[in-house]
Design a protein around this ligand. Structure first.
Ligand code: G3H
Length: 263
């Protein structure tokens, strides 16, 4: 089972312009020799760094994205960023529905759906993040929660958009300094649920959507996660924020994957 592997990071509300550009340039130069046929690298920095990042980083090696986006092109939406504004920067992707957007800022599945449709309409690769809370996990309803987030998130999205869709599974309880990483077995089980649901939504084409795991990915668990059959990549926060450490995590994971599945 040989497939392209995805590695990316969300920089959240960290790093100023200078630090972001340096991080991206270092990451590109460190990872340049890794074939982009085998590995997709993407980074999602803060809004204020994006213009400098797009101008100063070799985009053939790293895709750049935004952490959120409004569903409207323009209007009376103080504090929001329009898809047209992001297009002006020439970004590759938008992330929709990150756990912190849903749980700190109260975004709903229906809002994520509007954003997903806007992202796709404007030609961005659209990364929808989903994941259950600890309480939902304890009630034993994780599959139902994930299926709801996918079914609402992709409501009315035509199958022709599949090539532009990515999904990240990030259980809320696994994210950040207080998070507990999902075990590889549990992550695999949930990825299977997600992949089955994508087939239901998009038919056979749904199988082409990459599904990434995120939530306390670190050098100690990345290798075991990446070899799970239904995990297509790792969406990493803290463990990716130093270019040399992220480069090592990627290389080790790819080596482990190749040892298991062949060159
Ligand atoms: O977007 C990334 C996730 O929130 C994961 O963050 P983390 O790896 O620091 O837990």
């Amino acid at each position: 089972m040989k497939k392209k592997l995805y590695f990316g990071s969300n920089l959240k509300m960290y790093k100023n312009i200078q630090d972001t550009v340096k991080y991206l340039q270092d990451l590109v130069s460190l990872t340049k020799d890794i074939s982009r046929e085998e590995m997709e690298l993407f980074i999602i920095p803060s809004y204020t760094t994006l213009e400098s990042a797009t101008k100063n980083v070799d985009r053939s090696y790293v895709k750049l994205g935004a952490q959120n986006m409004c569903w409207e092109d323009e209007g009376q939406f103080t504090g929001e960023i329009s898809p047209l504004m992001l297009k002006e920067l020439g970004l590759d992707l938008v992330m929709i529905g990150h756990s912190e957007r849903r749980h700190v800022f109260g975004e709903t599945d229906a809002e994520e759906n509007r954003k997903v449709k806007a992202g796709l309409k404007h030609g961005f690769t659209t990364l929808l993040c989903i994941g259950e809370t600890a309480e939902e996990k304890n009630f034993g309803i994780s599959p139902e929660v994930l299926r709801t987030q996918l079914k609402v998130g992709f409501h009315d999205v035509p199958v022709s958009e599949v090539p532009h869709i990515w999904v990240a599974y990030e259980p809320v309880w696994s994210i950040g300094v207080n998070g507990t990483p999902a075990s590889p077995d549990y992550a695999e089980e949930m990825h299977k649920v997600i992949k089955e649901c994508l087939l239901e939504i998009f038919g056979d084409a749904g199988a082409d959507i990459p599904v990434l795991y995120g939530g306390s990915v670190n050098p100690g668990n990345a290798n075991e996660l990446i070899v799970q059959p239904s995990i297509d990549g790792l969406f990493t926060g803290r463990a990716a924020w130093q270019a040399d450490k992220f480069d090592k995590l990627i290389r080790d994971a790819m080596k482990t994957y190749k040892e298991k599945y062949g060159e």
